[in-house]
Design a protein around this ligand. Structure first.
Ligand SMILES: O=C(O)C(=O)C[C@]1(C(=O)O)C=C[C@@H](O)C=C1
Length: 444
């Protein structure tokens, strides 16, 4: 859908560009000026802007700004990122006034964008371009203005995380990322609207890296999705099991198939790589005839590989749970099952963990998960006991998922009580539970 008005999403609030928004004061003045630039040239410019967004912050006393412009003119999606330097460079091309000057400015704008993006087939806009009144949906967090929701995941096409992204957001554009951290950053820098990341598997357990990253980044959990994971053993066409010297895959996938591989007589070297589909891609690109990958049957299709064995996970009901992350939290509700995820550090007092857990038990709130991670900044506590000398304790952060919405009084009271026994407490998100039945899901 083409959209010719200009909007700015500023720290989660979407507004149509108007003189009011142009009067934004420091530290956002650069940002505001940039918006005015585009507004003035927007009428005649061949560029149709679907949506603009950006942020500005102070680093070491300097203001840095980044801005994304999405152009959805052809049903395609192009995103341009500017930094402050480019914004200033761009502004120096700016002339006020009409007629020829305006035309020159339009051409300059087009040339500039082609130069930045290498994209030169921009459509001619309609002349009649009346502003559309704002509606409530303009103020909702992304998806934005008819553009496709971009969902970051770790891996390459054919990864289970890509399938999870498409299960969570069926109409989305999946955005592959090399590492989990890159998926977090893609959302933080507005290159993606959501991230979908694995947090636990029914056979392999928790994906600790993502627990650590949840704390380090400021994204919110806005949903969860459970995906049945059906692994295949993939090799190049013509390769048989007897040719194999090595099996490569994501460490979780290797762990989920450990016993089956041995049962298949594959006591060969196992090597961990970044993701399951990446393993298939690597074998295909290098035509490796002594190596197999554990990956999905979609990966077999994409990378032109043969399936040597199907359903090699150690348990037929193998399931991975993913969380959906966004820049803004969703509004918790009580009209459907919700879960809330929190992280806390307990007080040093005796029995504080028990007291935390009983705050939920007394209110009949079911805990679905508890995970502990070392407190990296303060990993050890040394206690000097006069009788037995010095003892060392490990310090932990505790992650808890419980079955209640933050809109539920019981959850609010439990967290109020928790504050008495915790030195740190953060709500990672309150979101609808995935209650879709897993049985009958097509194997991946
Ligand atoms: O490598 C992939 O395909 C992934 O999507 C990652 C991942 C994981 O991290 O657990 C996702 C689901 C499966 O449990 C195996 C691997």
């Amino acid at each position: 859908m083409a959209c010719d008005e200009l909007y700015c999403t500023f720290f989660g609030q979407t507004m149509q560009i108007s003189s009011a928004s142009l009067r934004m004061s420091s530290p956002f003045s650069d940002f505001a000026m940039r918006l005015s630039t585009l507004r003035r040239s927007g009428r005649k410019s061949p560029l149709r802007i679907g949506c603009m967004h950006g942020y500005s912050n102070r680093t070491n006393g300097r203001i840095t700004s980044q801005m994304g412009i999405e152009n959805n003119t052809h049903g395609e999606h192009h995103s341009y990122l500017y930094n402050q330097h480019l914004v200033q460079e761009r502004m120096s091309m700016e002339n006020s006034g009409d007629g020829q000057q305006q035309q020159q400015q339009d051409l300059a704008e087009r040339a500039y964008l082609v130069q930045v993006n290498g994209y030169d087939s921009l459509a001619t806009p309609k002349d009649l371009n009346l502003p559309r009144p704002l509606s409530i949906s303009d103020f909702a967090p992304a998806p934005m203005h008819g553009s496709t929701l971009r969902v970051a995941y770790q891996g390459v096409p054919g990864a289970y995380s890509e399938a999870a992204a498409c299960k969570a957001y069926p109409e989305c554009e999946p955005v592959p990322c090399e590492q989990f951290e890159a998926a977090f950053q893609a959302v933080e820098l507005w290159l993606a609207d959501r991230a979908v990341l694995p947090v636990e598997n029914s056979l392999g357990g928790s994906i600790h890296r993502n627990y650590d990253l949840l704390l380090r980044h400021r994204l919110h959990i806005v949903g969860e999705v459970q995906l049945p994971v059906h692994h295949c053993l993939l090799a190049m066409p013509g390769v048989s099991k007897a040719d194999l010297r090595r099996v490569i895959s994501h460490p979780q996938a290797l762990a989920q198939c450990e016993h089956t591989l041995t049962r298949l007589g594959l006591s060969v070297a196992r090597e961990a790589v970044d993701d399951t589909a990446g393993a298939a891609q690597f074998i295909a690109e290098n035509n490796l005839r002594d190596t197999a990958a554990i990956a999905s049957n979609r990966a077999a299709e994409i990378y032109g590989m043969n399936i040597l064995a199907n359903g090699i996970q150690d348990d037929a009901g193998n399931v991975t749970r993913f969380v959906m992350l966004a820049r803004e939290p969703i509004i918790p509700r009580v009209d459907r099952p919700f879960k809330t995820s929190i992280v806390f550090a307990k007080e040093e007092a005796t029995g504080s963990l028990f007291k935390v857990l009983s705050a939920f038990a007394f209110r009949d709130i079911n805990l679905t998960k508890i995970e502990s991670r070392p407190q990296r900044k303060k990993p050890l506590r040394i206690v000097d006991d006069n009788n037995s000398g010095k003892s060392q304790y490990f310090e932990y952060l505790f992650y808890i998922d419980f079955e209640a919405s933050m809109a539920d009084k019981r959850a609010q009271n439990a967290l109020a009580e928790l504050q008495e026994f915790t030195s740190f407490l953060r709500v990672l998100g309150s979101y609808p539970m995935d209650v879709t039945p897993l049985v009958g899901s097509p194997p991946l």
